[in-house]
Design a protein around this ligand. Structure first.
Ligand code: GLN
Length: 424
């Protein structure tokens, strides 16, 4: 393997059956449980954690004959946009090693872009599949909430996240989605819709008659080079028979704020289990319970995780709940409604995946706000539980640009079809 640091654990597991993934190696993000294979979530807290069971998606990829290429590097517990908050060091972007690969599934995307794995699984709470796919010049799909089982995914913010595929091409990403999608008795939020879809078959590039909405709020404010590449891709789709119109989603201007309040609140509750007793390594402190928990968390968590647990706890606390958490839920409802209205008129929505090209390594670490704002185009999709794909669409200054296509609920086939047209 190269020195990209795409993997935290390089151990592999060979595929056993002749299914649709036989002969394919899959990098699995290190917050997805793999039986007998260390699963750290990019955290020192779980340095020695070896899950006793496979996540449903891992079971399905093994049943389909896929092999595991290793456990991919990630921002600690998925909290970040660059893979630099990993306790195991940052991953480099294979396109330009002075740049970040995006995050939080940066190891997954870098491994695919560099050919260190054929395919990858990532998770996307607020953009963590689409951002690294865009920054590394590969394809990533964030499925509709409920299409893919979260059983065995170590939770960051349950109401927002989904596991999804990263691959070199739209068709390969769709093939992996076909394998992992569908209801699961272990995850009560999974649904039957989409269970008998043929995602790979939808990658036929046929956009004749498709209407594309371009939300002005998600294009204005992006970097000039990104915007140019975006409009080139839209013109290409038009040339292939699609039409486009501008639409407005006024609520998305509040999406980053609402997302971070909700994500941090859910995280503060989810991460309470890491106390060095049942989960996580002990701080070795011999004092009372509180001191022992505190020392385990002080040593086991990095700075970004601590920031989020503190802010999330604050947002949920008596006296502040209505001011922050309840307000964020109102904004979330408004965002959902704006998307519903837009999809009454158009088939898919399009925007740049990321408003900026990949950061230099180290550039955004001391400025969390800059990092949070880079999620402006991806987080509305999670808040509305919709599907979206990022597909390579040219470059700016030699760096990849991703086009994001958003669909209505369980509209994966539509966005896969449109993305494959961009690719061709
Ligand atoms: N960058 C966002 C965050 O830090 C999204 C991360 C993710 O999707 N896991 O929360």
């Amino acid at each position: 393997m190269s020195d990209l640091n795409a993997f935290i654990t390089e151990e592999t597991i060979d595929g056993e059956s002749d299914g649709p993934l036989s002969g394919k190696s899959v990098a699995v993000k290190d917050n997805i449980s793999t039986k007998g294979l260390r699963t750290t979530c990019g955290s020192a807290m779980l340095e020695d954690y070896v899950p006793p069971y496979d996540a449903t998606v891992v079971e399905r990829l093994k049943d389909a004959g896929g092999s595991i290429a290793g456990k991919a590097n990630m921002d600690e517990f998925g909290m970040g946009t660059t893979t630099e908050t990993s306790a195991y060091g940052p991953t480099k972007n294979p396109v330009d090693e002075s740049r970040v690969p995006g995050g939080s599934s940066g190891g997954s995307a870098a491994a695919v872009a560099a050919g260190e794995a054929d395919l990858a699984l990532g998770s996307d709470t607020g953009g963590s599949i689409r951002c690294p796919a865009a920054f590394c010049g590969v394809v990533g799909i964030k499925p509709t909430y409920g299409l893919v089982s979260r059983y065995g995914l170590v939770a960051y913010a349950n109401s927002l996240e989904q596991i999804g595929p990263i691959a070199p091409t739209v068709e390969e990403a769709a093939e992996l989605l076909d394998v992992v999608a569908g209801p699961d008795a272990h995850d009560g939020t999974t649904r039957d819709e989409g269970a008998d879809s043929d995602y790979a078959g939808a990658a036929d590039g046929d956009v004749d008659g498709l209407t594309i909405g371009v939300p002005t709020e998600l294009v204005d404010g992006a970097d000039e080079g990104v915007v140019d590449a975006f409009w080139d891709a839209i013109s290409e789709l038009e040339a292939q028979g699609a039409t486009y119109e501008e639409v407005s989603l006024p609520s998305v201007d509040h999406a980053v704020q609402a997302y971070y309040v909700i994500a941090m609140s859910e995280a503060s509750s989810n991460l309470a289990r890491f106390d060095g007793v049942r989960y996580g390594k002990s701080g070795g402190y011999e004092g009372n319970w509180n001191e022992s928990f505190a020392s385990a968390r002080e040593e086991g968590f990095g700075a970004e995780v601590k920031r989020r647990v503190l802010l999330g706890t604050y947002a949920l606390s008596a006296g502040y709940h209505d001011k922050y958490y309840a307000k964020a839920q109102d904004a979330r409802a408004w965002i959902k409604q704006d998307f519903d209205e837009a999809f009454a008129d158009v088939d898919v929505l399009a925007s740049p995946t990321m408003p900026v090209p990949p950061f230099e390594l180290g550039e955004s670490l001391d400025d969390p706000l800059q990092m949070y704002l880079a999620d402006a185009n991806t987080v509305p999709v999670n808040l509305a539980n919709l599907p979206a794909i990022s597909v390579p669409a040219g470059e700016t200054e030699g760096l990849p640009v991703g086009l994001q296509l958003i669909g209505p609920k369980f509209g994966e086939e539509q966005i896969i079809r449109a993305a494959s047209a961009v690719e061709q």
